[in-house]
Design a protein around this ligand. Structure first.
Ligand code: NI
Length: 171
């Protein structure tokens, strides 16, 4: 089922999310709904707070046009290690539609998480996957990609997003 995506600014996007204790069927359904919502948007990542659920759950699929889809669901994801090497990507966010900015982040990260079956997983990511994982995990800590930018740029993008949000509310 498609879920409405919150648009910045929204207080729910600024909250630290609670860890998940138990992977229930309800949470698996929520993860499926998030994947469906992400693919529909379309996007390559979505975090639970973006649909108003303040729990530590993210979904990703950074395989773009070519290649088989790799829907990835992570409960309680954590960055276990980051490379000193950095990478710059032009990032966007489904909660800040139609706006993009370059963000510098560690190039490679090791991520630990619990999968849909309740099993712990650990994997090294690089390239777009590494950027996306960091962006989505930031969401669980109430942080948006614009929080990595300078205050002027952040304010400008926030105002634009606010305007868009008002327009969407009216239509
Ligand atoms: Ni985002």
């Amino acid at each position: 089922m498609l879920k409405p995506i919150l648009i910045h600014p929204d207080p729910r996007l600024k909250k630290a999310c609670a860890p998940i204790d138990d992977i229930s069927d309800a949470l698996r359904t929520l993860a499926d709904d998030m994947l469906e919502t992400m693919y529909d948007a379309p996007g390559i990542g979505l975090a639970a707070p973006q649909i108003g659920v303040l729990s530590r759950l993210i979904v990703m699929d950074c395989v773009k046009d070519e290649g088989d889809p790799e829907p990835t669901v992570m409960f309680n994801p954590e960055i276990l290690a980051s490379s000193d090497d950095t990478n710059v990507y032009e990032e966007g966010c489904l909660s800040i539609p139609d706006q993009f900015a370059e963000v510098t982040r560690p190039k490679e990260v090791r991520v630990g998480w619990i999968d849909e079956n309740g099993n712990p997983q650990e994997k090294d990511f690089d390239g777009l996957w590494a950027t996306c994982a960091q962006h989505e995990i930031d969401h669980l800590n109430g942080k948006l990609f614009i929080d990595h930018l300078g205050p002027m740029k952040r304010q400008m993008m926030t105002r634009k997003s606010q305007k868009l949000k008002r327009e969407l509310a009216r239509s």
